[in-house]
Unconditional design. Structure first.
Lengths: 379, 296
């Protein structure tokens, strides 16, 4: 297939996408922990009017004024959310949704206004809706690098207070941290992440870049540092692979591809992450259940044998089945595989019988005395 | 022959219908604290619209509306399923589900609908300016297809709210009690959201899927600042939404900008006025007498 993109363009795409992934992953980790995932949604939709204002002021599609404009309207939107929640009875969700929708409406009006003036299509403003990786130039990368560096430096400087605030906001406030101020800084940094992603992911989908890497990392890591690092790695992976796919397959908007990769990473993490993953957890539950019931059956054999004063007492399989109300053959076979019981014939016309081995007596006796000790301790 | 297909009449009527039906259903959403579900639904139905178009080759018609509306219900179901695993909070679940469905929708359009009139910008932003071009004649009245669809949807919405008003009210304010009385608040919730997605699909021609959310959340939020009675909240919200359509249209004609966008934007001044009014009263109240509760 003919590849219309030079390696130079691909390089730009990859660097840019990696930057977006890192910055949105790092800040998204905090947003997810603080249950503020949808703040990114509001800030990114509200960035659209800023993009237009930046364009109108600069008179051209220059990255720096556009990003500055987006940042400015993002901050205005954040202030609006705070004002609505603090001074009225509107709740967070309504404040976020009204700000998001009014910001986006203003953006659409400004976008069409620019279009009538002299063609936003030529200016490439349309690409800010869904993102266009191929349009990324080397010059676009510098402000993106600057913002990513700024955000990482900010997180590193404020690491301790941010950590405390994310896990225990009440304690942070009691401990005398300037919680309101830190909230504003964190919101501003999330706005930085959103602004960085405008070019490639677009305003409509940037929200997923804030949520998905953080949500994925949360499944793998219990520590904040691990989570932030992992979210950055996931974000960069999604950005680079999505950016490459859309740059190589003309006609595919970049934002949706990047977002689908990021969401896939999150879903896979949800399923397979070792500790919190749904599949490992299902497997553990199943395993534990089967383990417990084999041990309980062994216990029954042990107690029966002790009752009869004969460690070699042979118990009929049918009796065990009747006692448990189920087919215990798999469990008994499993016990035999572990060398704790052996099957034996008692009388020719009777069914299969089982008896304990020495190892079985020792294992069950050990469990039995442990239970006795526990019972004694609780008494 | 009477005609509702004159451009101005058609555009205004369509805008008012979108606003009124969105505000009617949105009132319950805002009160329940689920406003962001409007965002999720309005983005997710892009997937439904694209899928319905792929299957049938049509973007309008009752089957398309129902089919696309199902994707809104699907989004809500997926969000609830993800949140139920307890591995994610519901805000993160919303933030994962709707961008994914929206992305699939955009890519379907990118790949399969390159040269057809269905493109992601129209779906996103709407083309209310063109609704009068596609008309049907009904009982001697020429009426734009999109407007007719909205009329039907509004009738369904109104029927639902009127028939289940008490249950809806109870399910909104006290889902626990509603459940105890055997009212199935979960079912009411799903029917309500299914109607909301159907309304969003019918409205996408007019204002686009993303601007639809403005009419769902802004007028009810504004009304919520002004009244505490549910019935007057709904009435006020519908009134504000209906007033925003002509205001926005005038702005759009004056500045020559997106009609859907400026109709949505026109709900903003109402919210700003209500907010300013409350702040002013709170400020005066606290200045005059400390004992007076500022939120009274």
């Amino acid at each position: 297939m003919f590849n219309p993109f030079t390696d130079y363009t691909l390089q730009n795409v990859m660097i840019g996408a990696a930057l977006i992934g890192v910055i949105s992953g790092v800040l998204g980790a905090f947003a997810v922990l603080r249950r503020e995932s949808l703040l990114g949604d509001t800030l990114s939709h509200a960035a659209l009017p800023g993009v237009c204002i930046g364009f109108m002021i600069a008179g051209a599609r220059a990255m720096t004024p556009i990003m500055a404009g987006a940042l400015a309207t993002g901050i205005v939107a954040a202030l609006m959310v705070v004002g609505l929640t603090r001074h009225t009875r509107l709740k967070m969700d309504a404040a976020l949704a009204t700000t998001l929708s009014l910001g986006f409406a203003l953006g659409v009006v400004l976008l069409t206004w620019i279009q009538r003036q002299g063609g936003a299509a030529q200016a490439g403003l349309d690409s800010f809706l869904f993102g266009q990786a191929a349009a990324t130039t080397r010059a676009d990368l510098y402000p993106m690098m600057g913002l990513t560096g700024l955000a990482i430096a900010g997180v590193a400087l404020l690491w301790k207070p941010l950590k405390l605030m994310s896990f225990d906001p009440e304690f942070a406030a009691v401990a005398g941290l300037p919680v309101h101020w830190l909230n504003r800084v964190l919101t501003a940094m999330i706005a930085l992440a959103v602004v960085t992603g405008l070019q490639m992911v677009g305003v409509v989908l940037m929200t997923a870049m804030v949520v998905a890497p953080g949500a994925a990392a949360r499944q793998w890591c219990g520590s904040l540092l691990g989570m932030v690092v992992m979210a950055a790695a996931f974000g960069a992976t999604a950005g680079i692979s999505g950016g490459l796919i859309s740059a190589l397959a003309p006609g595919l908007s970049t934002g949706p591809v990047v977002v689908l990769v990021a969401v896939s990473i999150a879903l896979v993490s949800l399923l397979v992450a070792p500790r919190r993953g749904l599949i490992p957890q299902w497997w553990r539950t199943r395993h534990r259940r089967s383990h417990t019931s084999t041990d309980r059956i062994l216990q029954t054999l042990y107690e029966l044998a002790r009752e009869h004063g004969d460690w070699r007492y042979r118990i009929e399989e049918g009796a065990v089945d009747a006692y448990y109300g189920m087919i215990t053959e798999p469990q008994l076979t499993a016990l035999a595989d572990r060398g704790l019981v052996v099957s034996a014939r008692h009388m020719p016309d009777e069914g299969r019988h089982w008896q304990l081995t020495d190892a079985g007596v020792a294992y069950a006796g050990e469990r039995h005395s442990r239970r006795d000790r526990r019972a004694a301790a609780s008494r | 022959m009477m005609s509702l297909a004159q451009p101005t009449v058609a555009i205004l009527l369509t805008g008012v219908l979108v606003g009124v039906s969105a505000a009617l259903l949105g009132s319950f959403l805002v009160l329940r604290g689920n406003s962001m579900l409007a965002d999720a639904i309005s983005h997710s139905i892009l997937f439904g619209i694209a899928a319905a178009w792929l299957v049938s080759g049509q973007t309008s018609g009752p089957i398309q509306i129902v089919g696309a509306a199902l994707s809104g219900v699907l989004a809500v179901y997926l969000i609830e399923t993800l949140a139920r695993t307890r591995r994610l909070r519901d805000d993160a679940a919303i933030g994962l589900v709707f961008p994914a469905l929206f992305s699939i929708g955009v890519l379907l359009i990118n790949v399969f609908a390159r040269d057809v009139h269905l493109d992601e910008h129209t779906v996103l932003l709407g083309e209310i300016g063109f609704v009068w071009l596609d008309t049907v004649t009904l009982g001697g009245v020429e009426i734009p297809r999109a407007t007719l669809a909205l009329l039907v949807v509004l009738a369904l919405d109104a029927l639902f709210v009127l028939a289940f008003y008490k249950s809806l009210k109870l399910a909104t304010f006290d889902p626990g009690l509603a459940r105890a009385l055997g009212l199935a608040p979960g079912l009411i919730f799903y029917v309500h959201l299914a109607l909301l997605s159907g309304t969003a699909v019918a409205a996408f021609d007019a204002v686009g899927v993303v601007l639809f959310i403005t009419f769902v959340v802004v007028p009810p939020s504004t009304a919520y600042l002004l009244t505490r009675r549910l019935s007057s909240l709904i009435g006020l919200a519908m009134l504000i939404a209906a007033a925003s359509a002509p205001l926005g249209y005038a702005l759009a004609v004056w500045l020559d900008v997106s009609i859907g966008g400026s109709m949505a934007l026109a709900t903003g001044p109402f919210l700003a006025a209500a907010y300013a009014g409350r702040r002013w009263r709170a400020w005066r109240g606290s200045g005059r007498a400390q004992s007076e509760s500022p939120s009274a």
